[in-house]
Every structure is written in structure tokens, then in C-alpha cells.
Design a protein around this ligand. Structure first.
Ligand code: IYR
Length: 228
């Protein structure tokens, strides 16, 4: 390594047995996470959202530019405005506006077993919408000038860490990606060099919440991993 300023780094020394059992415990907990589309309006403490965003903000990222912004939407009026704009886009996507769908037939087919349509009541019901923005430019100074690197990868990892933290806190989440979602930049007052990546809907599942059976089918380890 070239000479650079450093600080010591260590992790707790665990036995192999402890390492395995911790990994299995996290796996078992994350296996209980589901994408939830039915939310109650029960409140969620703001501190839990803050902590999850701080966790997301530790994600590995290009050149430590931390190219993300999390716009936390809580006001009923703002949630309603986002729902209305998102549903307008979704009606065009699904062809529920009387025109030909913008989504291909293949795409609509792929969504069939999830049961989704243009109705997005959860955007108003859930207590928090975390709108995640990827900063195409900006660096540490957030000046909109300097180049950022591996932006989608960095913000994607941060979203994973956000969702995992919220799940560990006992909260339900939904990654919602209205298509297109440029309207979110204006709704959240973000600059033009930021690209909305997804809305993470956060709350508690409603009492009658269900998830699509289709989404419970997960590929086995033997299919998703190879050992070389
Ligand atoms: N954004 C649309 C469609 C949609 C697309 C995919 I890929 C999904 O996994 C789920 C939905 C919607 O939210 O309905």
C-alpha cells in the first residue's frame, strides 16, 4: 500500500462455531423478511428510522463519496402527493389509463403472480416513505460538481443495509419503484444531479396483511452459489 493516514482495525475474535451460529442466526432472521404491501397506519418511532439510515450510511461505496440521500416523507399531504403522482405513472405502466400499457406483455406476465396493479394505498397508509436518491455527482462536498463512482452499486448496498436494519427492528418494508420516478426529485426538493432510485415504504404490517405465495419460493444454495 502507498503511505496514507491509517487507524487500527479489529473485530471481536469469535470461535468458528460462534461464527457459524451467528451467520445462521442472521440468515434465519432475514429469511423472515418479506416485501409487504399491506401496512397499518400505526406509528413508528422516528429514532428507528434515523438509526436505520445511519446504518445504511456506513455502506461500502465508491471512493467514500457516500453518494446517497434519504428523503424521509412523513407528512400526510406529502405522502398523498407522492401516491397520486406514483399511481398516475403506474396507470400508464399497467395500461389502466385506457391506453396501451407502457410495460411489455412479458413484464406484465412476470408480475402476474405478485398481484400488483396501479393502486398504491400503502404510500399513504404507511407512516414513513424513505425516498432514496443516488447522487450522480457531488462527492463529499455535495456540490453537484465532482464525479462519483459506482453510484448504483453503492446506493444499492446502502438500501440493502437499510432494509435489513429495519427488518431487525421488527418493521415491515416495501421497495417500491414507480416507473418512471423522476417526479420524486421535485416532490422531495432534491437537486437535478440526484436520481431517485426507490421508495422504501416503512411501517407495521396491517392485521390482515398477506404476501404472494409466489415470492416465498427461493432458489436453493446449490443454485445461487458455486464453489471454485
Ligand atoms: N412498479 C410497478 C411494477 C412492478 C415491477 C416490478 I420488476 C416488481 O417486482 C413489482 C412491481 C409496481 O410497483 O406495481
Amino acid at each position: 500500500m502507498r503511505d496514507h493516514e491509517t487507524t487500527p482495525y479489529s473485530l471481536p475474535a469469535l470461535s468458528d462455531a460462534e461464527t457459524v451460529s451467528r451467520a445462521q442466526a442472521v440468515r434465519d432472521s432475514l429469511k423472515r423478511r418479506r416485501t409487504c404491501r399491506y401496512f397499518s397506519d400505526a406509528p413508528v418511532p422516528r429514532e428507528a428510522i434515523e438509526a436505520a439510515i445511519e446504518a445504511a450510511g456506513t455502506a461500502p461505496n465508491g471512493a467514500n463519496h457516500q453518494p446517497w440521500h434519504f428523503a424521509v416523507v412523513h407528512s400526510a399531504a406529502k405522502k398523498r402527493a407522492i401516491r397520486e403522482a406514483a399511481e398516475a405513472e403506474e396507470r400508464r405502466f399497467y395500461g389502466e389509463d385506457g391506453e396501451a400499457p407502457k410495460a411489455s406483455e412479458e413484464w406484465l406476465d412476470a408480475l402476474h403472480d405478485l398481484g400488483t396493479d396501479a393502486e398504491k394505498p400503502f404510500l399513504e397508509t404507511a407512516p414513513y416513505l424513505v425516498v432514496v436518491f443516488a447522487q450522480r455527482k457531488g462527492g463529499i462536498e455535495e456540490d453537484g460538481q465532482t464525479q462519483n463512482y459506482y453510484v448504483n452499486e453503492s446506493v444499492g448496498i446502502a438500501c440493502g443495509m437499510l432494509i435489513a436494519t429495519l427488518h431487525e427492528a421488527g418493521l415491515a418494508t416495501l421497495t417500491h419503484t414507480p416507473s418512471p420516478m423522476g417526479f420524486l426529485r421535485e416532490a422531495c426538493g432534491r437537486p437535478e444531479w440526484e436520481k431517485p432510485l426507490m421508495i422504501v415504504v416503512v411501517g407495521r404490517p396491517s392485521d390482515d396483511a398477506t404476501v404472494p405465495a409466489h415470492a416465498l419460493k427461493k432458489k436453493p444454495l446449490s443454485q445461487i452459489a458455486s464453489w471454485l
